[in-house]
Design a binder for this molecule. Structure first.
Ligand SMILES: *[C@@H]1O[C@H](CO)[C@@H](O)[C@H](O)[C@H]1NC(C)=O
Ligand SMILES: *[C@@H]1O[C@H](CO)[C@@H](O)[C@H](O)[C@H]1NC(C)=O
Length: 490
């Protein structure tokens, strides 16, 4: 019995098996393979630009330093011998990486600064070998690098949500106060793994500071130098309420108020009858207790079932009857500052609320798997393609252009990214770009991280532009986004 120790930090084993046999397939005397990653443009897509985020994590975790050792080579050799049932693993090639480069990857990666907003259809990063003997490495690490689709897509979706919330908040309250806390990440339990939670959770934190996905906070701390990137509040869940029994929901609520007398607290109130809970428990039996609270320690009521629009409107009306409300400077209704509502997966409700005269100030939103899991590599059409090769010292621009799908055509030659004289970001192909204009930054070379970004810097790069917040919100756009994301119709 052969014991194979597949350690997760083993770069060689991490790679997709079909790249394993590629080194045998390139033309003879190839000395450079140059590839790039983009989110292809797609007609009719809800997303016209993307937030670049997550590469630094992959580089730090998997690619920096000496990543090849003799032990890993032996491990991988055995592994692929068993997998392919023939000797296709390039043992000699990897040993050369070890001998010539100390086990460090002779690769250069140039990338858009993290957090930058880039229109789809542009290069986001390029990968090339720096030593002609290791042309095969470029696409060897493709599988891992293409997984960049995930943090990019989460950061992009989260930012689209932020645009909608910003417009509504501005239109119904006259300010953007509290925007960073408006969308809470509830997605931890709905993602496939800890690493997805870490990457997706951190990607949401590029745009917001509100999360329960602790893995994302840890990632921001370890890989993006941010000591504490997000916040949460104590919250009741169904088990803590129903464990008191059906007849003692009031006691359950009261207990929460007692235990968390200062600071905001969220209480899920739909265990039996959300309308009864709002009207007779919060709005009557515990009314004084609720009114004692301040803005800094407000009660956040959470409906968690039923048709979101109908339930939310009904709940807010009941609370208005019981606690009253005031008009803000924009003429929209606001509940007393000790009382708020948190609504899951209902960004599209902002427009219904404002139609009924309610300010977006009243509601926090939560988002779970719609934010972290209901997306895939096609949501933003992410692709990694070879665009340039050198053979016998001669360069050649290469590309694909499938007759069956022109939208899958790829870019040609060495690429750079620039802001043109009209202010638009564009990719310059065929090596024609001026280095001084290039927005791509060398972030990795020969095993070393060459440039490091902090979450703070990334958040600045990803800030909403004035023009993204200013125009009056259309009901339709929030609904479209809702359909695309919440209902998964990409
Ligand atoms: C590869 O390079 C060698 C040495 O430069 C040369 O002799 C040979 O003709 C080249 N082969 C091809 C197919 O270009
Ligand atoms: C990386 O290695 C290549 C050759 O292997 C060398 O030409 C280049 O200068 C190195 N880059 C750095 C930053 O050390």
């Amino acid at each position: 019995i052969v014991k194979v120790n597949v350690c997760c930090s083993c770069l060689i084993n991490l790679c997709f098996f079909f790249q394993i046999t590629h080194y045998k397939q390139y033309p003879p005397n190839v000395s450079k393979i140059y590839s790039y990653f983009e989110c292809r443009r797609k007609k009719g897509s809800q997303f016209s630009e993307v937030v670049f985020f997550g590469l630094q994590y992959l580089l730090k975790k998997y690619l920096t330093g000496p990543v090849i050792t003799e032990e890993k080579i032996q491990e991988a050799k055995l592994f692929y011998q068993m997998h392919f049932k023939q000797a296709v693993f390039d043992e000699e090639g990897w040993r050369k990486v070890l001998e010539k480069h100390d086990g460090r990857l002779p690769i250069r990666i140039k990338a858009v600064p993290e957090g930058r907003i880039i229109p789809r259809g542009n290069v986001l990063f390029t990968v090339e070998n720096t030593d002609p003997s290791f042309y095969w490495l470029t696409n060897y690490i493709e599988t891992m690098l293409v997984q960049m689709w995930y943090p990019i897509t989460v950061a992009t979706v989260s930012r689209e949500f932020k645009k909608i919330l910003a417009r509504h908040l501005k239109a119904t309250s006259g300010s953007l106060e509290g925007l960073d806390l408006k969308l809470h990440d509830f997605g931890y339990r709905g993602v496939s793994s800890q690493e997805s939670a870490a990457l997706g959770g951190a990607a949401h934190l590029v745009n917001f500071c509100s999360t329960d996905t602790v893995a994302g906070l840890l990632m921001a701390q370890r890989y993006y130098s941010c000591p504490m990137a997000g916040f949460s509040i104590p919250a009741a869940e169904h088990s803590t309420i129903i464990s008191w029994g059906r007849t003692r929901e009031k006691e359950a609520f009261e207990r929460v108020l007692d235990q968390f007398s200062s600071g905001p607290v969220s209480v899920v109130s739909d265990s039996y009858d959300i309308f009864n809970a709002c009207k007779h428990i919060w709005g009557d039996k515990l009314k004084e207790r609720v009114m004692e609270r301040s803005q800094d320690s407000c009660l956040v009521i959470r409906p968690d079932s039923g048709d979101p629009a109908e339930t939310l409107i009904e709940v807010i009306k009941i609370l208005e009857e019981c606690f009253g409300c005031s008009l803000n400077a924009m003429g929209f209704k606001v509940l007393p500052s000790y009382l708020r509502i948190i609504q899951g997966d209902g960004i599209d409700l902002t427009s219904k609320l404002s139609d009924e005269g309610w300010s977006a100030e009243n509601i926090f939103f939560g988002c779970g798997s719609a934010l972290l899991q209901k997306l895939n590599r096609d949501t933003l059409s992410c692709a990694f393609k070879c665009s340039y090769v050198e053979t016998n010292g001669k360069g050649m621009d290469v590309y694909k252009q499938p007759v069956t799908d022109p939208s899958k055509g790829s870019k040609r030659g060495r690429l750079s990214l620039r802001r043109n004289s009209d202010g638009f970001i564009e990719t310059v192909e065929r090596g024609a770009g001026k280095p001084e204009e290039d927005l791509l930054v060398t972030v990795f070379e020969n095993g070393s991280l060459m440039h490091e970004y902090s979450l703070e810097e990334i958040r600045k790069n990803a800030r909403l532009r004035d023009d993204e917040m200013d125009h009056t919100p259309h009901n339709q756009e929030a609904e479209l986004l809702h359909n695309h994301i919440i209902n998964g119709l990409h």
